[in-house]
Design a protein around this ligand. Structure first.
Ligand code: S3P
Length: 173
């Protein structure tokens, strides 16, 4: 059976630190839906912080856990707003399961704007540690394809979180 649009999860994707969690929480509130942050879900299930999963088990194992968590949530739950970690959409299986079951929205922030927020972003993001700014930009650029392919894009450069959330709610009507 096809899932009716109003029952589908709304999934927010985009690079680390673009505001997926903040905006997701606002959208959920406006639509009277529950909000699920996949990273928080993983930390709850594993009883460990993401950065500790990275340092103890490595990125490959983190990606396996991430893929399974997203698969479970996107197939079993409905009517939620879900934010994914910034690397999740690089996995084909994640893309497929989300595109089949959910409405996927890409929160697009330009590199220049992103760079201004770096100090706030870096601490909790192990993927950024030990990278030069130039290497971070390479990663940023390399991921844009997977984010923008097949997904609706919301340009957020000149909007505050509340405005992005209002825009999303409007476009879903
Ligand atoms: C990651 C992004 C993080 C988290 C992990 C890896 C990535 O999520 O899943 O640190 O590879 O981009 P946020 O995008 O919520 O920071």
């Amino acid at each position: 059976r096809q899932i009716p649009v109003r029952e589908k999860n709304i999934v927010l994707i985009g690079f680390m630190g673009v505001g997926k969690t903040t905006i997701g929480q606002l959208v959920a509130k406006k639509l009277y839906r529950d909000f699920i942050d996949i990273d928080v879900e993983i930390e709850k299930n594993e009883k460990m912080l993401i950065k500790d999963i990275f340092s103890k088990y490595g990125e490959k194992e983190f990606r396996r856990i991430e893929r399974e968590t997203i698969s479970d949530i996107c197939q079993a739950k409905r009517c939620k707003v879900v934010s994914l970690g910034g690397g999740a959409f690089q996995q084909e299986e994640v893309r497929n399961v989300c595109l089949e079951n959910c409405i996927v929205l890409f929160l697009d922030l330009s590199w220049d704007r992103w760079k201004e927020r770096l100090d706030l972003i870096i601490e909790s993001r192990p993927v950024l540690h030990n990278r030069t700014l130039e290497e971070m930009q390479e990663l940023f650029n390399a991921r844009q394809d997977a984010y923008s392919k097949h997904n609706s894009r919301v340009q957020t450069d000149n909007l505050v979180a509340e405005e992005v959330a209002d825009y999303i709610v409007e476009t879903l009507k």
